[in-house]
Design a protein around this ligand. Sequence first.
Ligand code: SF4
Length: 228
Amino acid sequence: MTLGATAVYATAATRELAQAADRAFADAHPLEVLAWAARTFGSRLAVASSMADEVVAHLAATVAPGVDVLFLDTGYHFPQTLQFRREVAQRLDVSVVEQDALYGKDLFARDPDACCTVRKVFPLNAALEPYDAWVSGVRRDESAGRAASPVVGWDAARGMVKVNPIATWSQDQVDQYAAQHGLRVNPLRELGFASIGCAPCTRAVAPGEDPRAGRWSGFAKTECGLHP
Ligand code: SF4
């Protein structure tokens, strides 16, 4: 697709807006970041949630009541995650929008990259179409590949702003926020699942083990492709 001149200028302006916001909010509390995002993008802001906990959805709902929270139903989630998703929709002032995957089964065992592409990346791309900005719970301390994540960035693959309000937080800070606000975490966390994805591709990790070591264990794969 060839962008017209107006679209190119608009894209460049939005990218510069994201870069300026990243500089301005480098050390800001997630609520400040999300308040800016809510003011700037209004109803064209969405939150993507893996339902590992309620923290980012709660932060977003605090400054943007009723904000859309997107949860990708890959068809392979743990029952605990699906139950947790129902509870989040009831407990928080958010609108949880479930996206159904449209593709075949058991691709994960043969080609997890292809499986993530058709069950996560394509559905998220489609789900984000109506929005100008999206919020993720990516944190820099999760993995080497996420260590340079900006607080506000330009998602070039999707042509939209990506907000990572808790990029600078540690797992301890996330847990403290959850405890302070009486928020729940996915019960799988108590069973050693430090990072929670689809059931066939996620195992519990040992104390001190890399939190993401339980994702696609046995494959040279560390990301699902949602966070290029
Ligand atoms: Fe498929 Fe596993 Fe990716 Fe889920 S995490 S979409 S089951 S490869």
